[in-house]
Design a protein. Structure first.
Length: 168
């Protein structure tokens, strides 16, 4: 498999099994309307896993729906369960550790704040299914729509995140 980024033609060293898991997880995330899905080959810099998948959503409920879909899909299609699942209670950043891959699903605010892409920018980006690639830029589009509408999507305070999903 080649790198998804033409500007960084770094060799990808993840296993075929990790590639299968990443592709299934990315498709599951895309099917639940995740934003900005991206995967990195971290196998050369981390001994604990081969790849990271990052995805985000504009509210806590959607973060949880994406996580549930990824977990269900990987169990059904690939026969794997996460060895560890962390962060589910708050729904702001959920980590699914499948050993071969680690999936991070973050609320859009956490995604911007922690900027995991900056940490892994030197690692090769993995190719993903077309549906997952089509999610790039969705966080920016959502933020622009929210700003244009004055953030009135169900939030009486006029905040940009609507309802109970706002900052705590």
């Amino acid at each position: 498999m080649t790198s998804a980024s033409d500007s960084k033609a770094l060799p990808v060293t993840v296993t075929d099994r990790s590639t299968e898991l990443i592709e299934a997880a990315a498709q599951a995330a895309a099917d639940k309307l995740a934003h900005d899905i991206v995967a990195y080959d971290v196998s050369d810099v981390l001994a604990i896993t081969d790849a990271f998948l990052l995805a985000s959503a504009p509210n806590d409920r959607q973060v949880k729906a994406i996580v549930d879909e990824i977990e269900e899909r990987l169990l059904k299609e690939q026969g794997v369960k996460p060895a560890r699942r962390e962060g589910e209670r708050d729904g702001r950043w959920v980590l699914l550790d499948f050993v071969d891959i680690v999936v991070h699903v973050q609320h859009s605010e956490e995604r911007v704040f922690y900027a995991l892409e900056r940490l892994w920018k030197d690692c090769p980006e993995l190719d993903l299914p077309e549906d997952a690639k089509a999610t790039r830029g969705k966080d920016r589009e959502h933020a622009a729509r929210e700003a244009a509408s004055g953030g009135q999507d169900g939030d009486p305070s006029g905040g940009p995140y609507g309802g109970s999903d706002g900052p705590r």
